[in-house]
Design a protein around this ligand. Structure first.
Ligand SMILES: [Zn+2]
Length: 694
């Protein structure tokens, strides 16, 4: 059945997913963020018979790659070749069905990005400035982006990069960082003159505001801003409200797309200028291979552009890339950027450096043939509006209780009963044997595909999957209530009706679930003789009476609790192996600042828990001056009896603070260990309560 949204507006849908950065493997957070949503949408659009093109590719430039190469003693080419191959294998293993997967280090892309840059240059889109930039006096090179870290000026997080703070997502310039440091040598950088091409984003605030907030472009309605996710619009609005700063679009680096200007040797395009142009290059490559015109997808009025990305890329896709496209002229602007939030793992942020991740390649090795299981779980908990969390227990429960018990069990019962009663032939449903319960299920089946399709088009994948599984739930309920195995003895005509409808439910399930779990869908379609499934074929009469069913392979195996335990142990082991992270140094203070601290040796003479506070202990400390109460957040690490009698370091001139109705008069100094533990800072033997520490 046709979706009215589609028949009324024939269009081409140009879809992109964020180019993954070729300096590390793919984990489930990447998949849930930008790739699985793209794949579900693309698969749906193809099944619905719409003209869709979905491209992606490896992002192979930028300072993070040269830095990685330096650390590993390899060339940047070695690094990108390795990860380009690994990422492609991981994507294929999860059945991500890109129409074309490219890479930005190709000569074609270099040419394309340079042409794009030159057009903007000729149009006066850039400001050329010679100014002081950070330079590493020990490594003798300019420090772009990831060559420099420091404290984020927006959120004060440590370890922010020169181009972006990953903690708060802010786009930064190296000179914005507080306490900058070279990641090459650890040296404090010096300033040295260089020429850079800037994109003066401030010029574009007005039209960008109309575009983001009202869905207007060049004064015309462009898209419905209500279809954009609130967190995407909100982030863009706060950027614009904060005033858009000029951003350098070139870098002093020896790896990337050379700046096509005479005298600009040793300079390359900023990776965030060249990467989104990679979407266009990928389309060109696809068009060349397939005898099509790429302009139909990027420049035609009836083509729509949609970017699937993670929330850390919002500013680049909603503000910077639209500026570049508009300045170039002739291009469509995105009609939606349905960015996803982040997926956490077992109570913690996914971290490549700490190896706190589920790597796609490892998963596929350990769970061969189980790509649908992971796709199903990730789609069920996709971080569409806010961060979500993957746990192995949830993985097990969803597979056992939903895929195996609901979908697998239903399909299997349908096939087994058809074989038992009708030698595998789809029975005829006689109208004379029909009942009102049948009408209800037929009606529900008629409506489901359209509703699910509309949800997918609105990028509400979790709901769409829930509805699609609802079709299987409905079938299970209908079969259980009608009890065809009992009817068979006294009312065989009725059994035929019930089973006939159940077979239709199975067929519809196989179509509406195909965007989510394509391998399973194909297995079901194979068993029910469905060829060339289309969204419109998912109807209450899709499998004709008289057709002989084929054998059904096993759809899902239940996951044992021991599998969950093994995965958790693996995570914990990798955490233990990870090198301890050294906290960056805090902001410099003066000697006078230090002189203000009055530190004394203290002795704990009593200690008890603070009622209803999990973390607090109430310490009575002899300081030489007095006996005073100090509250300390160490109750999760120490029992009161372990604390009494200890000599401790105590800050005695801290302003008193009341917590849980108790006034705390000072602070006990603790050392945080690399594994997250706490230890007392204990003065050496021979010191006594009241000794001054200076
Ligand atoms: Zn920040």
């Amino acid at each position: 059945m046709a979706d009215p949204l589609l028949t009324s507006s024939p269009h081409r849908l140009m879809m992109t997913s964020a180019l993954p950065y070729a300096n590390g493997p793919i984990h489930i957070g990447h998949v849930a963020g930008a790739y699985l949503p793209g794949d579900i949408r693309a698969r749906y659009e193809r099944l619905a018979g719409n003209d869709v093109l979905w491209v992606c590719g490896s992002d192979e430039h930028g300072a993070a790659i040269t830095l990685r190469a330096k650390k590993d003693g390899l060339t940047p080419r070695d690094i990108v070749d390795r990860y380009h191959g690994e990422m492609q294998t991981a994507f294929e293993g999860l059945d991500l069905s890109f129409d074309h997967y490219s890479r930005t280090s190709s000569p074609k892309h270099h040419q394309n990005a340079q042409d794009f840059f030159k057009t903007l240059l000729d149009k006066g889109s850039f400001e050329v400035k010679t100014e002081a930039q950070f330079y590493d006096p020990e490594a003798h090179q300019f420090l772009a982006d990831r060559y420099i870290i420091g404290t984020c000026p927006k959120c004060t997080a440590d370890g922010a990069y020169g181009d972006q703070c990953e903690k708060c997502g802010s786009a930064l310039s190296p000179t914005d960082l507080i306490q900058p440091k070279s990641t090459l040598s650890g040296a404090t950088p010096i300033l040295k003159d260089t020429t850079l091409w800037y994109l003066p984003m401030g010029r574009h605030e007005e039209w960008l505001r109309d575009y983001i907030e009202k869905g207007l472009f060049e004064g015309q309605p462009h898209h419905d801003p209500q279809t954009w996710k609130a967190h995407v619009t909100g982030q863009c609005r706060s950027w614009i409200d904060g005033g858009l700063q000029s951003r350098a679009m070139t870098r002093d680096l020896d790896w990337g797309v050379s700046v096509p200007v005479e005298g600009a040797e040793g300079k390359v395009l900023y990776v965030w200028l060249d990467a989104p142009i990679g979407y266009i290059t990928a389309t060109m490559e696809w068009a060349e291979k397939n005898g099509k015109d790429w302009r139909d997808w990027w420049q035609s009025k009836d083509a729509e552009l949609v970017h699937y990305i993670g929330k850390d890329n919002i500013v680049f896709h909603c503000l910077i890339f639209p500026i570049l496209l508009r300045e170039h002229g002739g291009y469509n602007l995105p009609t939606n950027v349905p960015a996803n939030a982040f997926m956490n793992l077992e109570g913690d942020k996914i971290s490549t450096s700490r190896n706190w991740a589920v790597w796609v390649s490892e998963y596929l090795e350990q769970f061969p043939g189980k790509s649908d299981e992971m796709r199903y779980v990730l789609a069920s908990i996709m971080p569409e509006q806010k961060d979500s969390e993957f746990t192995w227990t949830d993985y097990r429960e969803r597979i056992n209780n939903e895929l195996a018990d609901v979908l697998g069990n239903f399909i299997n019962r349908v096939v087994v009963l058809t074989q038992k009663y009708y030698q595998g032939q789809v029975p005829v449903a006689l109208v004379s044997a029909s009942e009102t319960a049948d009408d209800a299920i037929i009606e529900a089946l008629q409506l489901a595909p359209e509703r699910i399709g509309a949800l997918i088009q609105r990028n509400r994948f979790r709901e769409a999957l829930h509805e699609a599984m609802g079709v299987a739930r409905l079938g299970n309920k209908y079969m259980t209530e009608q009890e065809p195995w009992k009817l068979q003895k006294n009312n065989p005509e009725r059994t035929a009706v019930v089973l006939h409808h159940c077979i239709q439910v199975a067929g519809i399930c196989s179509v509406v679930l195909e965007p989510f779990i394509p391998r399973t869908a194909k297995k079901i379609q194979g068993a029910f003789g469905v060829e060339n499934a289309a969204w419109s074929s998912a109807a209450a009469d899709m499998i004709p009476a008289g057709r002989t069913l084929n054998p059904l392979p096993i759809l899902f195996e239940k996951v044992d609790e021991s599998v969950v335990q093994a995965q958790l142990e693996k995570l914990q082991a990798s955490r233990a192996k990870t090198e301890p992270t050294v906290q960056p140094i805090k902001e410099e203070m003066t000697f006078d600042d230090f002189q203000k601290l009055d530190l004394r040796v203290g002795e704990v003479i009593a200690c008890e828990r603070v009622p209803k506070a999990n973390k607090l202990l109430n310490l009575t400390i002899r300081t030489g001056l007095d006996e005073r109460t100090v509250l300390s957040g160490i109750a999760e690490h120490f029992e009161p009896e372990q604390v009494v009698g200890r000599r401790v370091t105590v800050l005695v001139n801290l302003a008193p603070r009341t917590m849980r109705g108790i006034e705390s008069q000072g602070m006990v100094l603790m050392a945080e260990t690399a594994d997250g533990g706490l230890r007392f800072v204990t003065p050496e033997e021979g010191t006594a309560a009241g000794d001054v520490i200076s």
